[in-house]
Write a protein that binds this ligand. Structure first.
Ligand SMILES: Cc1ncc(COP(=O)(O)O)c(C=O)c1O
Length: 454
């Protein structure tokens, strides 16, 4: 089983390895990127993203479409890179994500919109853009969407997001198979179909969408889950008395951020899924159907590293504390503050010293925010960390920048840099202290108070 250090070293090599004692992704020394653009920054590797998308598509087979779940990393250039990998669509969860994917070049017919609490304005945008399907999460949403489509005088595709009765086992975070805000109860499927079809001039029933869990590592459990999805799809087609145009299987392929986690076996899952698909695809109820997986972290997580500078190193009662210029404010997930029950450390290396990570004593690495929650890990084997060194938090391409509470403590926001075609391109500059005032309306200047003497 790989240790966290092994994982970090493997990722560092995939980024381009080391040169003269420091991390040099695609041959560019990390200190040079830091000098040019400032710290902290997210560094994304364009070719690693493209390779990953292709690998997933190859594993799932040509009959399956892979859509990118933009929530994982909505950076425009990242979305553009994925959009350029043709046959790939996008799954959005907000009007902002819809704006990004349209700007990135995804075609409306390759976009689906899922997520609870879509506002009228968001539904209106989806109708106006003419996206392939709004994956509705409640019976009310069907009615609201129909009334908006009527006002806009345009028809819109509908996917029924079903919360299945059966749970997907072997996952780390569930959004279905349990009671919750996501999707329609499977028991409401007949009513959802009836209701959608009752608006023939406004809504087109495209099919179903089932996304119940993330961080799934058990390929066999996921295959069993997909079999259940096929069965629900057939049942839906029967209820609608027409073939389905879309079955969206969700995905949730896991990323092994933490120790004792092993890679999701993509090839094994892909092989199993292709067999499963072969056994269903000739069913006339799926004639002409699009089979879709929507993946976020699996496409981009390993292609990102968060780089932060060591500000101070101190000893306290025999323990070494390393503090850095960015922490939970920039990378909430890596500090264990997003949906983790127990805090565990991401793979972290001292990028300024080749061979780093071999330190015997684990050190604590903490960010700059005044809370004990701002901690990347308490036992990280960094070799000889010194002020000025650059640390790299690997697996940071997903749920990093946009998943963080960037305003917390009003530190400047991190930069985003893309390594692509051998160059490091700035995608978003590091923030400035005065940005904190941006978009804020000050109070008017106080009127001169008339004093006692008039
Ligand atoms: C509906 C939906 N689709 C896709 C995703 C992406 O999940 P992941 O990044 O684990 O692939 C999520 C994550 O929350 C989701 O809620």
């Amino acid at each position: 089983m790989l240790t966290q250090i092994d994982k970090a070293q493997t990722l560092a090599e995939r980024f381009g390895g080391w040169r003269e004692g420091e991390f040099a992704p695609t041959g560019v020394p990390v200190s040079r990127i830091a000098e040019e653009h400032g710290t902290p920054f997210y560094l994304y590797h364009g070719e690693m993203i493209s390779e990953r998308v292709r690998r997933v598509r190859a594993a799932l087979g040509g009959d399956v479409e892979v859509t990118y779940s933009v929530k994982a990393n909505p950076n425009l250039a990242v979305c553009q890179l994925i959009a350029r990998e043709q046959l790939t669509g996008a799954e959005v969860a907000s009007s902002g994500e819809l704006v990004v994917v349209r700007a990135a070049g995804f075609a409306p017919e390759d976009i689906v919109f899922a997520g609870p609490a879509k506002t009228d304005e968001e539904l209106r945008m989806a109708v106006e853009e003419g996206i392939f399907a709004v994956n509705v999460e409640s019976l009310n949403e069907i009615d609201r969407l129909a009334s908006i489509a009527e006002k806009e005088e345009r028809k819109i595709g509908v996917g029924l997001r079903i919360n299945p009765a059966a749970q997907l086992m072997g996952s780390q975070m569930r959004m279905g198979g349990t009671v919750g805000q996501f999707g329609l109860d499977e028991a409401d499927l007949p009513e959802a179909v009836r209701r959608t079809l009752s608006y023939p001039d406004q809504l087109v029933l495209r099919g179903i969408h089932i996304y119940t869990a993330t961080q799934v590592f058990d390929a066999d459990a996921l295959l069993e889950h997909c079999r259940n999805i096929f069965e629900i799809a057939l049942q839906t087609a029967d209820l609608a008395s027409k073939p389905l145009e879309m079955v969206d299987f969700g995905g949730g392929f896991g990323v092994p951020y933490f120790e004792k986690m092993e890679e999701f076996d993509l090839e094994r899952f892909g092989e199993g899924f292709q067999q499963l698909l072969a056994s269903y695809r000739s069913d006339p109820r799926l004639d002409g159907c699009r089979f879709v997986f929507e993946l976020g972290r699996y496409l981009v997580a390993d292609a990102g590293v968060y780089v932060t500078r060591v500000v101070d190193v101190k000893e306290m009662k025999g323990k070494t504390f390393v503090t850095t210029d960015g922490g939970m404010n920039h990378h909430l997930t890596a500090t264990g503050n997003m949906g983790q029950v127990f805090r565990k450390a991401y793979p972290i290396l001292n990028l300024s010293r080749a061979g780093a990570g071999t330190g015997e004593e684990g050190v604590a690495v903490a960010g700059p925010c005044c809370t004990p929650l701002d901690m990347f890990g308490t036992n990280i084997p960094l070799e000889d960390p010194r002020p000025g060194d650059l640390l790299g938090v690997f697996y940071s391409g997903a749920y990093g920048y946009s998943a963080s509470n960037l305003g917390f403590l009003s530190h400047p926001t991190p930069a985003e840099v893309l390594l692509w075609q051998g160059e490091a391109r700035l995608l978003r500059p590091v923030g400035k202290p005065e940005d904190v005032l941006r978009d804020q309306e000050p109070l008017p200047a106080p009127e001169r108070e008339s004093g006692v003497l008039g």
